[in-house]
Design a protein around this ligand. Structure first.
Ligand code: SF4
Ligand code: SF4
Length: 445
């Protein structure tokens, strides 16, 4: 079977510090949950409970405020004891409800009530997905209801792409979820295909996971889907939307099929769609890969949303020594966190903690002109040149090439950068190339 790969750049990303992918463990329920009223880019939900109120497991506690915002639910039963606010290192203000666990569980340990969706219209399915606050459970976490709305203006046909491309070993949690919840992911695909009126489903999998792809295809057969399997390379950032679309257009041409517009969703999101529609259940848990050199027993664990990451590390035996850096997400795209009280949210697929020896502390040096950053850029940009133009600092604190004219003409090129981070990873001078470029994009330079 042909393996489709994007044409240029990228890196093979291996990491021995990731946890084993063979199975997951379920974490203890948190005594205190911190449930942010915003768990993605966009708007905050409006809290509909107050300090002192009792809440039930799965109860609506924050109501979405239209586009860019989504419903938020309690993930444990208990009492709201505080409303907290903090600023993350990227400058965003987070508000959250703190729930002290008490009382009985309505869902945990109970037989699940299963609803048939076969006769539901696309409109009703969309309403359920919105009502239960389903968001993309990786990336920036856009509400799925917003993605569906945006697709209304897309032309026919529409193809649902089930993205199970594991180009980053820190996607271990999604891999384990695919294995353990394969039927839910496949049925979630059938549900969203109907909700979005997609005429075809493509399961896009890294070629090493061909057997998993065959299992998905067999399951899809139960729902009468027009489904196919596309095997991709595992060079990072193959999973990225742009690079995935490139290989799908190549597949389209070679196989003579018409894919049309693409709705691309990952396995955790599809399992959440299944739970919302079939089990009438909001997102209560997230599979999270926990690892890094500072963690005693790296593993994939199933964690309640709202569990503080300090407890997540405790679940893995704690630290072998004081960590130097803690990150939510992958080493390539993750966000450094300063506080172990930050909670797991719907899009947290990995957390890791590194010892000082792993972080390294050599400061950035001058560019040696090796050209590695240009070689790995999948978009064909010159990261070093962009870095200079937007005023990236080199060793000694000098700024170079930051003329206003140069920045003006750079604007369009900057927006082509999709922030994969490849250039920064390979730079032998440790220049923060993608961080500075993305910072400039965020400032609208
Ligand atoms: S972060 Fe941007 S400039 Fe760097 S390799 Fe990726 S696309 Fe290219
Ligand atoms: S990889 Fe780093 S050192 Fe090499 S050319 Fe790019 S910026 Fe310069």
């Amino acid at each position: 079977m042909k393996v489709y790969s994007f044409p240029r750049g990228g890196i093979f990303f291996e990491d021995t510090r990731v946890p084993d992918r063979s199975s997951s463990e379920t974490a203890y329920l948190p005594a205190l949950s911190v449930i942010p009223l915003i768990q993605h880019t966009g708007g905050r939900a409006y809290p509909i409970v107050s300090v002192g109120d009792s809440v039930r497991e799965g109860m609506l506690i924050g109501r979405g405020q239209g586009m860019g915002s989504t419903n938020i639910h309690a993930t444990v039963p208990g009492r709201v004891v505080r409303m907290v606010s903090w600023k993350s290192p990227d400058g965003l203000v987070n508000d959250a409800l703190v729930i002290r666990m008490e009382g009985r569980f309505d869902k945990l340990g109970k037989a699940e009530e299963v609803s048939s969706w076969a006769d539901l219209s696309p409109f009703v399915l969309q309403r359920l997905i919105s009502e239960f606050g389903v968001v993309e459970m990786d990336g920036i976490g856009r509400p799925v209801a917003d993605i569906l709305s945006a697709l209304r203006s897309a032309g026919d046909p529409l193809t649902l792409v089930v993205r199970c491309v594991f180009d980053d070993p820190w996607l271990a949690a999604d891999y384990v979820l695919c294995r353990e919840r394969l039927k839910a992911v496949a049925e979630g695909s059938a549900i969203i295909a109907r909700a979005a009126r997609a005429s075809r489903v493509v399961f896009a999998l890294s070629h090493r996971e061909k057997d998993l792809g065959a299992l998905f295809l067999a399951e899809a057969g139960n729902y009468g889907l027009t489904a196919s399997l596309v095997l991709t390379g595992s060079r990072y950032p193959q999973r990225n939307r742009r690079e995935l679309e490139l290989v799908l257009r190549d597949y389209e041409k070679k196989e003579g099929v018409k894919l049309g517009s693409l709705l691309i969703l990952g396995p955790a999101t599809l399992a959440a769609i299944h739970d919302a529609v079939k089990l009438k259940k909001p997102i209560l848990d997230r599979y999270v890969a926990v690892g890094g050199s500072a963690v005693k027993y790296p593993k994939v664990i199933k964690v309640r949303i709202g569990t503080r990451i300090g407890e997540v590390f405790a679940e893995c035996g704690g630290f072998v020594d004081r960590p130097k850096r803690i990150v939510i997400g992958s080493p390539l795209l993750g966000r450094t966190v300063a506080d172990l009280d930050e909670p797991v949210i719907k899009s947290s697929y990995a957390v890791f903690a590194m010892l000082e020896s792993q972080v390294g502390f050599s400061p950035p040096r001058n560019c040696i002109g090796c050209g590695e950053c240009r070689t790995v850029c999948p978009v064909g940009l010159d990261p070093e040149e962009l870095f200079k133009r937007v005023g990236g600092k080199k060793s000694g604190g000098k700024r170079s090439g930051a003329g206003g004219g140069a920045i003006g003409s750079t604007h369009g090129i900057l927006n082509e950068c999709h922030g994969c981070g490849c250039c920064e990873v390979v730079c032998p001078s440790r220049l923060p190339l993608s961080s500075v470029i993305l910072g400039a994009v965020a400032r609208g330079i």
